[in-house]
Design a protein around this ligand. Structure first.
Ligand SMILES: [Zn+2]
Length: 278
């Protein structure tokens, strides 16, 4: 069975998100660990966390994919801001102990003119410092569209971060909109892109996917998400993705421009596409 879900609001706590996910027929979900455009995090609530853990295991959920704040740029040029971002990462990873065995995904960052190598070094340094060996979390670097000075638009850049961190507890989350916008043609050659991913990074490091259609054409380097089937990727691409043997078992998270009923429809669509193997 497909492990599929969508991005949910964390405002009512963890247990409320699990119940919300179940109403949508999801068996995973994503959530922001703190204000996505700021830095404040909610107070920790051990009772809510315990309740969520219970609901997750009773209802057969796959791994969740938490999302770091968009504003967290580990390789920004300003030293103070960079250190603040690193401290946010460290606090997020510590907090993930509330939900052991899950994933924490984040956008690697933008080097803002310092160069790719300097950016990669800063990101790796922050990860080495934040990721304590006993933390029950796997950190995922998200594939990016390569907008501006974003790092992670090429598989080679993610490989370089993985190598520099040197921990098996770091993997990759593949975002379908981002890779297509970034110049990897998953519409016409999904097999070829996955072969390239395996050659450069290794499919064993691919832990989760973000399922988004794209508002923009191939290799546009734009990063504008669209609802499934309504953008340049199209339904057939998602049929191939949910049925691809190399992607089986990974949590797949929708980050499409939807309210909850739209997410429920897309989850149902993806479950149907999985059943209709041709
Ligand atoms: Zn994404």
């Amino acid at each position: 069975m497909l492990t599929v879900g969508c991005h949910l609001s964390a405002s009512k706590g963890y247990a409320a998100m699990v119940r919300q996910a179940m109403q949508l027929d999801a068996n995973t979900f994503a959530f922001f660990t703190r204000n996505p455009r700021g830095s404040s995090a909610k107070a920790e609530n051990p009772k809510d966390e315990a309740h969520a853990r219970e609901l997750l295991s009773e209802n057969g959920f796959g791994p969740l994919v938490a999302h770091g704040a968009y504003t967290m740029n580990l390789c920004t040029a300003d030293e103070e801001a960079r250190e603040f971002a690193a401290s946010v990462l460290a606090d997020d990873l510590r907090r993930m102990a509330a939900l052991p065995g899950n994933f924490y995904n984040f956008h690697p960052g933008s080097h803002v003119g310092q160069g790719v190598d300097a950016g990669i070094a800063y990101i790796a340094q922050a990860l080495r410092k934040a990721l304590e060996p006993d933390y029950p979390v796997t950190v995922l670097l998200e594939t990016m569209a390569g907008k501006g000075s974003e790092i992670g638009g090429r598989f080679e850049e993610l490989r370089a971060i993985l190598d520099a961190v040197g921990s098996a507890k770091v993997g990759v989350c593949l975002d379908t909109c981002h890779v297509y916008d970034g110049g990897y043609d998953i519409v016409n050659d999904l097999d070829g892109v996955l072969t390239e991913f395996d050659r450069v990074i290794g499919l064993d490091r691919l832990k989760a996917l973000h399922l988004n259609d794209s508002r923009n054409p191939f290799a546009s380097h734009k990063d504008r998400h669209e609802c499934i089937g309504k953008g340049s990727l199209g339904v057939e691409t998602f049929r191939k993705i949910v049925n691809h043997p190399a992607l089986r078992g990974r949590p797949m998270i929708l980050e499409t421009p939807n309210e909850l009923p739209g997410y429920a429809r897309e989850i149902a669509l993806l479950r149907r596409l999985e059943a209709e193997i041709y």
